[in-house]
Design a protein around this ligand. Structure first.
Ligand code: UTP
Length: 472
């Protein structure tokens, strides 16, 4: 009863006592479920957000926005020594066990419309390996190459946690040591209606949803990941998202540049596909790097050109970062984390007492709150950006069809495999559009770079149009 009293008092204090309106009709199990949900709510933060409706809508002073400094993917002559030194540094940090890797896999994947966690989506062009398997094999390759045991922190949410763990169990952790794979759940935020009241989806269930990928910072602290990383001697955490099969979970050059620049949080950028591409835009404001979402970037800036005609703001974010453990500790050192909240109007199902049913609304009826990881970039004392080519590092699975879909992602995996083979002097047949005419898949266990592929490639390899070629 103590838990009930406490939670009910808190709900009343914050004007959310309606959460208990069906209490009398609930079974014991349902009561306990409801209390579990209510216990997860940060009432104080929510009250502040509801009271201050425009808290996160900071105005952008266009005149201050400049293009940020970027390390190019191909170093200039005067940078060759720096890049060579960075590569060496990154490799030795990996070998010394100073790097851990983290995937955020708590999203709801609504656009893809896939029922299970997105990491379990089959994506590779021939073997249909899932996203999780591709990452696991890539990590195994890193471990083998550098003689390390890189920990892999997998952030889940209430919806993805159990099925993700089961999936790894069923597949024997894809060959990784299970002690090096650590699952942790992110926090939640409730959805509220227009009056700021928390929505119930059932008499015993609160409309809770994951608190955004920025919630990973608090979860790193609250779920003991930062401690685990410290115990293992991990100084840098490599952050990536679950939807991108081209990502390198640990890229030695990136790690080395980050380290040599004494950066606290670094990012990968790709040249934008077009002015209005739906990616975050790297900018520099008063010397600080930050990311402005495409939806917040004024059109004039999106279209702005340099004197040579090139795009002024051309660095698009692909959600790949390096975060120092010490920086994550600093950011989460107090009671919370000082990232801003972003609000979004969404359709959220709600329980209707009059009809005793759960209603699916036709139009947005609720506000959801999320934190974004990239808001931690401008809070860093030092931050760098490394440019990479999109074809090498980014082809996310977001939508069921069209752009950023399984079809484009598979196509890009094949294109990259073809590019690596050609870099090893293997002839790949191409059609009139220069697309590979064969389906090619390279296992990450075999190679995670063209250079590594070269070490094991049979010089007599022939690829014919319409071949299916799996290199394991
Ligand atoms: P997206 O913003 O693309 O969202 O997440 P999503 O949930 O995958 O897909 P939609 O928007 O519902 O269609 C980018 C990355 O951030 C993770 C996702 O799992 C994905 O790796 N993420 C997002 C979280 O881990 N937690 C969140 O609360 C939100």
């Amino acid at each position: 009863m103590k838990r009930y009293d406490q939670l009910r008092n808190t709900a009343e204090e914050f004007g959310q006592e309606h959460l208990f309106q069906y209490w009398e009709s609930l079974t014991d199990d349902q009561r306990s479920l409801l209390l579990d949900d209510i216990e997860r709510i940060d009432f104080k933060t929510l009250a502040a957000l509801v009271a201050d409706k425009h808290a996160d809508a900071a105005a952008i002073d266009e005149s201050k926005i400049e293009a940020p400094p970027v390390y190019p993917h191909k170093p200039a002559d005067e940078q060759l020594d720096l890049y060579a030194e960075a590569l060496k540094t990154g490799k030795s940090m990996l070998a010394d066990g100073k790097v851990g890797t983290m995937v955020v896999a708590g999203g709801q994947g609504t656009r893809l419309g896939f029922d299970a966690p997105k990491g379990t989506f089959p994506i590779s062009p021939i073997k249909n390996k899932t996203l999780f398997q591709l990452f696991a094999e890539n990590i195994q390759n890193v471990n083998r190459t550098y003689g390390c045991k890189m920990p892999w922190y997998v952030m889940t949410s209430s919806a993805t946690d159990a099925p993700t763990r089961t999936f790894f169990e069923e597949h024997n952790y894809f060959g990784l040591d299970r002690d090096d794979v650590y699952f942790f759940q992110q926090g939640v935020m409730p959805a509220v209606d227009d009056a700021g009241k928390i929505i119930l989806t059932e008499p015993h269930q609160v409309a809770l949803s994951p608190n955004g990928h920025g919630g990973s910072l608090l979860a790193l602290r609250d779920k003991g990941i930062l401690e685990d990383a410290k115990r293992r001697g991990v100084d840098v955490i490599s952050y990536f998202q679950v939807d991108n099969p081209l990502v390198s979970p640990a890229d030695p050059l990136f790690i080395g540049l980050h380290q040599l620049a004494e950066s606290q949080m670094s990012s990968i950028a790709v040249p934008k596909a077009d002015d209005l591409e739906k990616v975050g835009n790297f900018v520099s404001i008063d010397g600080k790097i930050q990311i402005i979402e495409y939806s917040d970037l004024p059109d004039t800036l999106a279209h702005a050109r340099n004197p040579d005609g090139s795009r002024k703001l051309d660095a698009g974010s692909v959600a790949i970062h390096l975060i120092n453990r010490a920086y994550a500790e600093d950011l989460t050192g107090g009671t919370g984390v000082s990232l801003p909240w972003h609000r979004a109007r969404k359709k959220v199902e709600y329980y209707d007492g009059a009809s005793s049913t759960t209603v699916q609304p036709d139009a947005p009826n609720a506000t959801k709150f999320e934190m974004f990881i990239f808001d931690a970039v401008p809070l860093a004392n030092k931050s760098i950006i490394l440019e990479q080519l999109r074809e090498d590092c980014f082809s996310p699975v977001k939508n069921a069809e069209g752009v950023d879909s399984p079809a484009t992602s598979r196509r890009d995996m094949i294109r990259r495999a073809a590019k690596w083979l050609e870099a090893c002097n293997v002839n790949v047949p191409r059609d009139g559009n220069k697309d590979p005419q064969a389906t090619i898949e390279i296992s990450p266990l075999r190679a995670i770079s063209a250079m590594q592929l070269r070490q094991s490639l049979d010089a007599s390899l022939k690829i014919n149009p319409n071949d299916e070629m799996y290199l394991d």
